[in-house]
Design a protein around this ligand. Structure first.
Ligand code: 6PG
Length: 250
């Protein structure tokens, strides 16, 4: 059983601030307890404001976050070069990495410019080395951020795609016929093994869908976001008031 916690904020900025606080506090706590911190981030538009806040000297996070202790991983990537305007790496670099003292060797990019199967295999090797995994061991991130697309996808697990059936690999190339493209993504069992998973979702356009996905019947082929049920038993939604419109009152 998973306990779902909704944290509803008045604005999209306040939602992003909550994400930044979670990022920074988790990094501090984990670095004190265990030394190394492993955080995985998603792409798309929603995390952009969170990244800007983390990098903004007007907030405490730039100086208070133990950047040198963090290994930063990507949940997914588009099959484009890192300079492309669609690249999650590029978005992360332009809003976060260019401003924070995170050593480049600790940024684990998915190489979207390669053949997608090759990029997925290389990313798996990177994960195995970074987490010092042996045999069938799988990585446990300290914190993982997800978004939800307007079709209910999360990471690059799109409705009715092959990738939803993959349970043994760490990262895969997922063909997305509805977008006529490939994506490279962590698999859902790996996402579910993270110690902490937070969805960052905002905007009235996704309000009906959010209610359907998080309170409606379980149909993960249609709404892949429903497959996210962390083994830790804890799932947090950081959402703004606009997207929370149809949720039942707590
Ligand atoms: C990506 C993502 C993806 C994203 C959702 C929501 O690379 O596109 O990681 O899963 O989180 O599509 O995206 P928005 O925040 O742009 O709505």
């Amino acid at each position: 059983p998973v306990t779902l916690t909704y944290k509803v904020y008045p604005t999209s900025i306040a939602t992003a601030e909550a994400g930044a606080l979670l990022f920074s506090e988790t990094a501090s706590q984990v670095s004190q307890a265990r030394g190394r911190v492993r955080i995985a981030i998603s792409g798309g538009s929603t995390p952009k404001t969170m990244f800007k806040i983390l990098a903004d000297p007007k907030y405490p996070y730039l100086t208070e976050t133990p950047w040198d202790k963090i290994d930063l991983f990507f949940v997914d990537e588009r099959t484009v070069p890192p300079t492309d305007s669609d690249s999650n790496y590029r978005m992360t670099r332009e809003n976060l990495l260019d401003f924070v003292p995170l050593p480049p060797a600790q940024v684990h990019r998915i190489e979207g410019e390669l053949d997608p199967e090759v990029a997925a295999s290389k990313y798996e090797s990177d994960l195995r080395n970074s987490f010092k995994l042996e045999g069938a061991e799988t990585p446990t991130f300290d914190l993982l951020f997800l978004g939800m697309g307007d079709d209910g996808h999360t990471a690059s697990l799109f409705p009715h795609t092959e990738g939803l059936n993959e349970i043994s690999r760490l990262a895969i190339a997922n063909h997305v016929p509805q977008k006529d493209t490939w994506r490279v993504t962590l698999t859902w069992p790996v996402i579910n093994q993270s110690r902490d998973v937070a969805f960052l979702i905002e905007g009235s356009a996704k309000a009906k869908l959010l209610n359907e996905v998080f309170t409606g019947p379980y149909q993960p082929e249609t709404y892949p976001s429903q497959i996210i049920r962390p083994a830790s038993g804890k799932l947090t939604l950081l959402i703004d008031k606009a997207v929370a419109e149809y949720l039942p009152a707590p």
